[in-house]
Ligand binder design. Structure first.
Ligand code: ADP
Ligand code: MG
Length: 670
């Protein structure tokens, strides 16, 4: 079966499960194979009844001791019997499954797996799963996958579907031959994909992960190289001169530019006036004021008679850029046009018309900017904000959207990556580092606390709100999950509304909402109508509400330090003192120690390197990293060594195969 086939071609996946899979972004068999678990659990070893001390999840080898009885209680049927081993007995209960009765014979032995309740000296398990001896030993031999689930999609469905996908699709062809694999000390491709789902132990998982990470990096590097091959030597189709409007805009700003901002703008204007097209990365910590520098570049392009486009990774950020930029350019006779997927078909059509006929000067949007339907009259500058959030292909397309020639390219990133890594990742992009915070900012005050601090935090937030300020509360999950681990936005915000009543207004934001809803929630928060925003990490990217002075992060131990730092970057943007509260719900000393790094410093570069030291590769029971640069598994910090390996390998291979086989990515994945 072709891995590109729809998942509904697999046995046992009907329309309903297919729709659920679509919700989590799984459409083809290949998607399913790459739908990697978020973590793994190990089924417990079989124990004896006498070993159970308190309520716990356990597996027991039990013989049926009594005839099953069926009773009816409050509209439910309840089937019960006693089962036991040499050391004790347990009451087994099943609800609404009277048909099980005929299968239960005295003396039959099975493995019972479930939560054992202890009441005085007696034990009970409700709804245990049962296994034959061999079945259960297979389970204990491996780590069982825990998938990122959505409502209605059960772990069992996913596990079965994935197993199906592996038997239906041909085994992945490896682009590395035996020799190369041995040299690189990597697992075969197909084995690694399988072991990502069903590893026998942690070692195997780490080995499989290493291979998958290698592939992601390699694929990334190859496409960067192709990009480079297209971009190098490209002459300057849009030579530009400095314009007086830029100085006028700088003077009209409510603040003075930092030296780093000025330096970066100088780099940009020099590039755009030179013989070659600009290909520059602005790297600067959160809050260093990168947007306004991009705006100066765009104004330069427009006043040289061309168009400029700014692409952002989320609807929320695109709309915010649109608002702020149109306000700043009010008196500059510049027509700003927004284009995002959330707009109505009619609005989009109108925007596309203005882009095509040149009425639009500055075009701001999401990746709607690069769909085939959009045609630019005269695009001379393509800016990508928070570029580490996009896949490589998307970035490539904005610059290939040229009307009259190869546009200048400016990419912006807040990912504090060490320079050496940046060079590997971005190849010959020129880099401007903005290593200076705007003056007059107070350092954020940080606290790492346990769950017993929550009440205090809520009262503190209420006090800040009373003084006219706002707060973010971040939860890792959208809704309650099967395993019940971790705070979720939906329940959390409901509880808070109850707790605060009318005193504080609470908004809710998460990635599963429709884009138009997200925009609405965000603009209510930006305008101050909502006091507290309970959100997943969707607010992490670039959002700017200077009036927000508190951020409280639940389950902070589950995030990477760099990600926490990016989140914290949403506050401390105004002149008021800001506070960040990291709630460590693990009760684990090591976790708190890791979070203490954030207390010690507000410097993103320092944090990134500490993070690198403290986190192991692919922290097996942690939340998956934030998906930077569009990587599913790889993490540029902790996997820096694999990145080097992939980079060296790509260098060796260079010129041999690349040009003859440009669509390498297909071969790599399956
Ligand atoms: P980031 O670099 O994270 O994208 P932004 O460009 O969103 O940061 O800027 C953060 C905030 O700082 C904005 O509210 C912006 O208006 C403000 N800002 C930018 N430059 C300066 C400056 N030189 N002095 C004071 N405030 C500034
Ligand atoms: Mg920004």
């Amino acid at each position: 079966m072709n891995p590109e086939n729809d998942i509904s071609s697999l046995k046992g996946i009907g329309e309903k499960s297919a729709a659920l899979f679509h919700k989590v972004g799984v459409f083809s068999i290949r998607d399913l194979i790459e739908y990697f678990p978020a973590s793994y659990i190990k089924y417990p070893e079989i124990r004896q009844v006498s070993e159970i001390r308190s309520e716990e999840r356990a597996a027991l080898r039990l013989k049926v001791l009594t005839e099953p009885k069926v009773a009816h209680v409050r509209g439910m049927s309840m089937l019960t019997f006693m089962a036991g081993d040499d050391t004790g007995s347990v009451k087994i209960a099943y609800f609404n499954m009277p048909y099980l009765k005929k299968n239960i014979r005295i003396g039959a032995e099975k493995i019972y797996y479930g939560i054992v309740k202890v009441r005085g000296t007696s034990y009970a398990i409700a709804q245990p799963k049962t296994y034959k001896e061999e079945e259960y030993s297979e389970l204990t031999d491996v780590l069982s996958p825990v998938y990122p689930l959505t409502k209605g999609l059960t772990a069992r469905t996913v596990t079965k579907a994935v197993a199906q996908a592996f038997s239906a699709a041909p085994s992945a062809k490896d682009y590395l031959d035996d020799n190369e694999r041995e040299k690189l000390n990597l697992m075969p491709l197909h084995d690694s994909l399988y072991s990502m789902h069903f590893p026998t132990d942690k070692e195997e998982y780490l080995k499989a992960r290493e291979r998958v990470v290698f592939d992601e990096f390699y694929r990334f590097l190859i496409s960067m190289r192709e990009l480079k091959a297209e971009n190098t030597r490209s002459r300057n189709d849009f030579p530009m001169i400095e314009v007086s409007e830029v100085s006028r805009l700088i003077e009209s700003l409510p603040y003075r530019l930092t030296d780093a901002q000025k330096r970066t703008y100088d780099d940009i204007i020099r590039d755009m006036a030179s013989d070659h097209a600009m290909n520059r990365l602005i790297e600067g910590d959160v809050g260093s004021g990168k947007t306004v520098v991009a705006l100066l570049a765009m104004l330069t392009a427009v006043k040289n008679g061309h168009q400029a486009a700014l692409m952002a990774p989320t609807e929320v950020l695109a709309s915010q850029h649109m608002q702020k930029i149109s306000r700043l350019l009010k008196n500059f006779d510049v027509n700003c046009v927004l284009l995002t997927g959330a707009m109505t078909e009619k609005q989009k059509k109108e925007a596309r018309r203005e882009i095509a006929d040149g009425t639009a000067d500055i075009i701001i949007g999401t990746h709607a900017l690069i769909t085939e339907l959009v045609e630019y009259k005269d695009l001379a500058l393509a800016v990508t904000d928070e570029q580490h959030r996009f896949g490589v292909r998307q970035r490539e397309n904005l610059s290939s959207k040229a009307g009259k020639g190869e546009p200048h390219v400016l990419v912006i990133s807040a990912t504090p990556i060490p320079r050496t890594l940046a060079i590997i990742l971005y190849g010959d992009l020129d880099i401007s580092v903005m290593d200076e915070k705007p003056a007059k900012r107070l350092e954020i005050k940080n606290a790492v606390v346990g769950t017993d601090y929550r009440k205090k935090a809520y009262n503190f937030i209420r006090k800040e709100v009373k003084q006219g300020r706002q707060a973010y509360i971040i939860c890792p999950l959208v809704e309650p999950t099967e395993t019940g681990n971790g705070e979720n936005v939906l329940e959390y915000s409901e509880n808070l509304m109850e707790y605060w009543g009318n005193e504080v207004s609470v908004g809710t934001l998460h990635g599963r909402m429709k884009n138009s809803e997200k925009n609405e929630v965000m603009s209510r928060f930006a305008s101050g109508e909502t006091d507290v925003l309970v959100s997943t990490t969707v607010v992490e990217v670039g959002v700017d509400v200077p009036n927000a002075t508190v951020m409280m992060i639940e389950d902070a131990q589950r995030f990477g330090l760099s990600q926490l730092h990016q989140l914290r970057g949403r506050i401390g943007r105004g002149e008021k003192q800001s506070y960040c509260i990291f709630v460590d719900t693990s009760g684990n000393k090591d976790a708190s120690k890791r979070l203490e790094v954030l207390k010690k410093t507000n410097d993103g570069f320092e944090i990134a390197s500490e993070d690198l030291k403290l986190r192991g590769p692919g922290d097996i029971f942690g939340i998956r990293q934030s998906g930077e640069m569009g990587f599913k598994v790889a993490d540029i910090y902790t996997d820096a060594l694999i990145l080097k390996k992939a980079s060296e390998f790509a260098n060796d291979k260079d010129n041999i195969e690349l040009n003859s086989d440009s669509d390498y990515s297909k071969k790599v994945t399956l």
